[in-house]
Design a protein around this ligand. Structure first.
Ligand code: MCA
Ligand code: AMP
Length: 503
């Protein structure tokens, strides 16, 4: 029996003494050293009583140790469940309870705040910090550097990644070994990754983009990553002469083009710039090319599907499009009401099918049935078209979603909190254009008759419950919400009325 994901991404690199991770403190970890660390972590999981199939939730800062936990989970058959460090204990509580995680791993400084949350959901709690200290880190130190890989089938779960939902409840996307492996293989080949690549890795590793897309192609190709804790435009430009590829969200590129150091010369060693997670403005695409001579390659994906489409490596990378369906992935445009296929050029909902598509939402059979058709097509909730040359264009969303700096924010989650505040009759949360983050959150509040709203108090309530990136940049008090004849709030009208409110 084998473990397909581990065997294809890591087994070949056991004992290999070439660099895998270039870290900020000039430290380098070879493939071999990194796999030793992952094996020690996997042995520590055994020591705390975890079994294959158990969920391990982790909410820690980006570090080589956090990445090693991911690989240790793959090797030991434990289901990896990464969480944004920005989430409040209130948010974490939902994820732990919903997933029935056996173990939660957090930073030592958050141990006290999370102890009660973990206890309530029946999860054990261990700590691990960016420098490797903490209860789990210390335990791993004394563990053997070899671990007997746990066999897995292609359909077995490798990870659960939570994505927010239109109802305000997050959904756990179940990703199998096959989902991750097939996409990593496809992307490595499509984007021509080899063991001489050096990826500038400045994305967080709790989402598909930084975790699977960026890391798995490097693991599989045997290349290396300059592994940075966060994005900093100047630092990235300084490092470009030592790197070959950058993967980023559009905010990376809008910030890079504002930096006077970005030039043909500073990007000379780079062979590829990739963008995704949110729409890249044509203006950004063109400006970047003018400054550097490089055409950004835009691709399109989702937590539930990994990557679906990509602009070509060798052909024309067309601004305003997300390219073609990747090999062995089917993409069609359908009528959102009837589900019938639409002809090229017509706008409809984007549906995808292939071994990249997830196994469903964790413990949400109804939602899974709603979005994942019996024939395997997944209804993405994105609206788009296929043009005459076969390029896919995303023209909007059929779901009420805001994407800020590459992070997804579902308005409903914020509206539920706003509606509970004293004096608030109802609310509507919208995304408005923001030159840095693409979109930013604005909350529209309707007071109850005669009520005077205390906006500071309302902001405080939001801060207590929700991660910072979801906080409204502005709260507006309106007399009433525009509604259509069915009584549905017309957010498009609000978006258009307030489109310049943050500029
Ligand atoms: C930080 N803040 C944000 C965001 N990030 N607010 C809204 N939206 C954000 N994305 C907050 C900070 O807490 C801070 O608050 C203030 O806004 C400004 O922080 P700043 O220093 O400017 O931000 P930053 O730390 O430089 O971060 C911006 C960033 C980061 C680099 C764009 O958000 C980022 O790395 N985003 C990538 C997200 C990602 O990986 N998405 C992929 C999802 P204060 O100043 O008050 O403290 S996967 C996906 O979408 C699919 C699968 C796909 O296709 O890839
Ligand atoms: P997530 O739920 O974080 O996986 O985000 C997935 C969503 O991000 C997709 O459904 C799209 O709406 C959006 N997205 C990802 N890549 C792109 C892109 N290149 N252009 C436009 N939207 C994108």
């Amino acid at each position: 029996m084998t473990n397909p994901l581990f065997d294809n991404c890591f087994k070949n690199h056991v004992g290999k003494n070439t660099p895998l991770l270039h870290l900020e403190n000039k430290k380098t970890l070879t493939h071999s050293e990194f796999l030793d660390l992952a094996a020690q972590m996997a042995n520590a999981f055994l020591a705390v009583g975890l079994n294959p199939g158990d969920r391990l939730a982790i909410q820690i800062d980006k570090s080589e140790y956090a990445l090693a936990i991911y690989v240790a989970c793959i090797q030991s058959g434990i289901v990896f469940l990464p969480l944004n460090p920005a989430y409040t204990p209130n948010e974490v509580s939902y994820f732990l309870t919903n997933s029935s995680a056996r173990l939660m791993v957090c930073e030592s400084e958050n141990e006290v705040a999370l102890r009660e949350v973990a206890c309530k959901s029946g999860s054990a709690l261990e700590t691990l910090n960016s420098d490797g200290t903490g209860t789990l880190g210390n335990m791993a130190l004394s563990m053997p550097k070899v671990f007997s890989t746990v066999p897995r089938k292609r359909g077995d779960l490798a990870a659960i990644l939570y994505t927010s939902g239109t109802t305000g409840r997050s959904k756990g996307a179940m990703l199998t070994q096959e989902n991750l492996l097939s996409n990593a293989e496809t992307l490595k080949n499509y984007w021509k990754f080899s063991n001489s690549d050096v990826l500038l890795h400045a994305l967080p590793i709790f989402h598909t983009h930084g975790l699977f897309v960026a890391s798995n192609v490097i693991f599989m190709s045997g290349g290396s990553m300059i592994f940075l804790p966060r994005f900093d435009a100047s630092q990235l430009i300084d490092l470009m002469p030592q790197a070959t590829v950058l993967m980023g969200v559009p905010t990376f590129y809008t910030r890079l083009i504002e930096n006077p150091q970005l030039s043909v010369k500073t990007t000379k060693n780079m062979r590829l710039f990739i963008s995704g997670s949110a729409p890249l403005l044509t203006e950004t695409h063109l400006k970047f090319e003018k400054i550097t001579g490089h055409r950004i390659l835009e691709r399109y994906g989702m937590t539930e599907t990994n990557m679906n489409t990509s602009n070509p490596y060798e052909g024309e990378r067309r601004a305003g499009t997300v390219g073609f369906p990747l090999p062995n992935i089917e993409l069609k445009i359908t009528n959102p009401i009837t589900g019938e296929n639409l002809a090229n050029g017509e706008i409809g909902q984007i549906e995808v099918r292939g071994s990249n598509v997830f196994a469903g939402y964790w413990r949400m059979e109804d939602k899974t049935r709603e979005d994942l058709r019996k024939d395997g097509f997944f209804i993405t909730g994105d609206l788009g078209l296929i043009d005459a040359d076969g390029y896919v264009q995303i023209v909007g969303r059929n779901k009420d979603l805001i994407i800020s700096g590459g992070y997804n924010i579902y308005p409903k989650e914020i509206e539920l909190i706003l509606d509970e505040q004293p004096g608030v009759l109802e609310s509507a949360v919208i995304g408005v254009p923001n030159s840095d983050f693409g979109e930013s959150v604005v909350g529209c509040l309707i007071p109850e008759k005669g009520a005077v709203l205390d906006l500071d108090l309302i902001q405080k309530a939001i801060c207590k419950s929700l991660a910072k990136f979801k906080h409204p940049r502005k709260l507006l008090i309106l007399k009433k919400l525009p509604r259509n004849t069915m009584g549905k709030v017309q957010k498009n009208l609000l978006r258009s009325q307030f489109k310049e409110i943050l500029s």
